[in-house]
Design a protein around this ligand. Structure first.
Ligand SMILES: *Cc1c(COP(=O)(O)O)cnc(C)c1O
Length: 374
């Protein structure tokens, strides 16, 4: 779009270069556009079980009159609960409007003009986006074997590098660093930069070699861990996530927090979600069974795939992912087209319940037959 000259003068170059993210339309609109009566959303790695029972009850019992009162500005009770669970101090946690918001907190706290951050080329894009629309360079290191390249990231460090972002497990490939890899990475960084480990999918991980990052904070005061209530805990619509770190580092990041950005209902939902004893095990079971089914079907269709820990699988199609996206939408199935993640021709599928995955398999095999591929 051409900017009027007066506005043009006001806009920094890095904003002019930046393209806004276009979110998908609401389901009712999408059903109209694509002419489908039902829509399975397998695009955002949401939990098909929804929130835990404990959180549902708390949300239902929420007094509407409470909506007129500002929330706790620092998610007081939730932080105390987290401190209790992880054996840490409440001041080691900062709660945000989704983990997305805490990404911005960290970048604002440490970067100034001329600084850079380092992450992978094919990972959750928000680290890169926040850096770039804030005027900082994002240095992107190619994945190796679909995983974060520790060596490559270290090689990109210069004197202006402030933060290294590692998505563990990685969205979208599911690859992950074990305790040993993370520790040796942190040893090499030697406390000189901030290392963020984004553990949005931590609660899905079954492997015992996965790092106990909360415990590592005691040894590495430059380590910051992200968690969210959007995935395992099924509270994506309420927007709540958090970071954890050493008191010193959190004390710095806290200065950039937007007070009251986390609403009361989200705080209540998250607090009670942590109390549920069955939700995680039930979700693990759905993901385990769903993955088994999905991988078997992808094998049968001869589609290559990549997966690891997490509730998603990435598959390569013999056609453009954006074309496949539109064709699958007409069949009532929404997946994530991966061109935006720099994986053209790939899609990412959320591992959901059987009915949704069957709809997915029917849709992909349908479009492949249409294309003469199956
Ligand atoms: C979903 C996701 C988030 C963001 O979660 P919100 O708390 O909903 O903002 C962060 N990181 C990764 C890797 C994710 O997949």
């Amino acid at each position: 779009m051409m900017l009027p000259p007066t506005l043009e003068k006001l806009v920094p170059d890095y904003i002019k270069r930046f393209e806004a993210y276009i979110p998908s339309k609401p389901d009712d609109e999408l059903r109209k556009i694509y002419g489908c009566s039902k829509l399975y959303r397998l695009n955002n790695n949401e939990n098909p079980l929804g929130p835990p029972e404990t959180a549902r009850r708390a949300i239902e019992a929420f007094p509407p009159a409470q909506a007129s009162v500002y929330p706790s500005g620092d998610a007081y009770h939730l932080r105390y609960r987290l401190a209790d669970i992880f054996g840490m101090h409440p001041d080691q946690f900062l709660v945000g409007n989704g983990a997305n918001e805490v990404i911005a907190f960290v970048i604002k706290a440490f970067c100034q003009q001329g600084d850079n951050i380092i992450t992978a080329d094919k990972t959750f894009a928000v680290y890169e986006w926040v850096a770039e629309f804030s005027g900082f360079e994002a240095r992107l290191v190619p994945l190796v074997d679909y995983g974060f390249d520790a060596r490559g990231m270290i090689d990109k460090i210069d004197e202006r590098t402030k933060i290294l972002f590692v998505c563990n497990p990685n969205n979208p490939t599911g690859s992950w660093w074990n305790e040993c890899t993370l520790r040796s990475f942190l040893d090499r960084i030697d406390g000189k930069r901030i290392v963020v480990v984004d553990e949005a999918y931590r609660e899905f991980v079954r492997n015992a070699d996965f790092p106990d990052s909360m415990a590592l904070i005691g040894k590495y005061p430059n380590l910051v861990v992200f968690r969210t209530f959007s995935k395992m805990y099924g509270l994506a619509g309420l927007r709540i996530g958090y970071l954890a770190g050493s008191k010193e580092v959190v004390d710095i990041i806290r200065r950039t927090c937007i007070v009251y950005s986390v609403n009361t209902l989200a705080q209540v939902g998250a607090f009670y979600a942590l109390a549920d004893r069955e939700h995680i095990a039930r979700t693990h079971e759905i993901v385990r069974a769903g993955k088994r089914f999905l991988l078997k079907e992808l094998d049968l269709m001869g589609l290559p795939y990549v997966h690891g820990e997490g509730n998603f699988v990435m598959a390569r199609l013999p056609m453009s992912d954006s074309l496949a996206y539109r064709k699958m939408m007409k069949r009532g199935v929404m997946v994530r087209a991966m061109t935006g993640f720099r994986f053209p021709n790939w899609i990412r599928i959320t591992v959901s319940h059987q009915e949704a995955l069957e709809a997915f398999v029917e849709a992909v095999s349908g479009i492949m037959k249409e294309n003469g591929e199956l």
